[in-house]
Design a protein around this ligand. Structure first.
Ligand code: KPL
Length: 301
């Protein structure tokens, strides 16, 4: 299968690199990373089972590309720009593997190809241009963005599975996206603000904060008619925090690199939906305000 990975940062490079063991992959990446991959390939660290260097194509220019599948891994605030660029090319299917909510809708509004929703819980760090480390084995869950079965999702799921990635095709993506949002709402801002790894949220005092943010998210999900109990959301956060205990969350990586974060699409999204539903979400509001204040102080927003 020909696959374009649009946004080859940490997760995009890992997913693209793993897919390149089986498929014809093109990474759309920043200049330094793209030229390192073109010159010496992409080194996959922490992936002991198979070859450790792969040789996908790499470009900085995503315009006019054609492939069977485009996997979108850009930060949520870059989704509109990514959609406009992808619209200049041609794809049979598009899969969003991004944090936060609303990305699939943004893509679908601008693209003709069917847009699938997805979540990825792999741990990944871009160590240097041309080098990505898998820091945790997770899974990819994908399916129709409205829920229900989808032949396109089945086909894409089979292709990803064929490259050896843990993959589940699900018929309840709206609920899964909210569950992933609850995981990110519980882990990302707390670890970014406290300079800790994901496992910190399993212990006091971060545990209380993470659990409160998670419970609030599940409550807002239910107000949005998604059936996600507090118990399920808390269990999901705990499972991901345990599986990725030594990992640096994407928001913590962003803060370390002085980059804008995805706070608006994670805790900020919970705050916005809560407002509409007339609910109070004080922990998400506080986390959002703190991270936005940090961004403003750095001139990032
Ligand atoms: O998605 C993640 C992220 O860091 O954004 C988790 C699942 C929390 C893994 O680190």
């Amino acid at each position: 299968m020909e696959i374009v990975v649009f946004g080859a940062g940490s997760l995009g490079s890992l997913v693209g690199g793993l897919l390149a063991r089986e498929h014809d992959v093109t990474l759309v990446a920043r200049e330094a990373h793209a030229s390192a991959v073109r010159e010496s390939g992409l080194r996959l660290e922490g992936v002991a089972d198979r070859q450790s260097s792969v040789f996908p194509a790499a470009t900085t220019d995503g315009t006019g590309l054609e492939a069977d599948l485009a996997i979108v891994t850009v930060k949520s605030f870059d989704t509109p720009g990514a959609a406009d660029t992808l619209a200049t090319g041609s794809f049979d299917a598009v899969l969003s593997l991004q944090n936060g909510m609303g990305n699939e809708g943004t893509l679908a509004a601008r693209l003709e190809a069917p847009v699938l929703a997805g979540t990825a819980t792999y741990g990944a760090i871009l160590q240097a241009p041309g080098v990505v480390e898998r820091t945790g084995v997770g899974e990819i869950v994908l399916g129709s963005r409205d829920g229900g079965s989808s032949a396109v999702a089945d086909r894409v799921g089979e292709a990803i599975l064929a490259a050896g990635l843990e993959t589940t095709v699900a018929d309840d993506m709206p609920r899964r996206l909210w569950e992933k949002l609850a995981v990110n709402a519980g882990i990302n801002a707390v670890t970014a603000l406290t300079a800790t790894e994901n496992g910190a949220v399993l212990e006091d005092p971060a545990n209380d904060l993470a659990r409160a943010a998670t419970r609030e998210t599940a409550r807002v999900a239910r107000a949005c008619t998604v059936s996600l109990s507090n118990r399920e959301a808390l269990a999901a956060v705990e499972a991901v925090a345990e599986a990725t205990a030594a990992n640096t969350s994407s928001m913590h990586q962003d803060v370390l690199a002085d980059r804008r974060t995805e706070i608006d699409a994670i805790n900020g999204y919970v705050v916005d939906r809560a407002l509409e539903a007339g609910l109070e979400v004080p922990t998400n509001r506080t986390l959002t305000a703190l991270v936005r204040t940090w961004e403003r102080g750095r001139g990032l927003r």
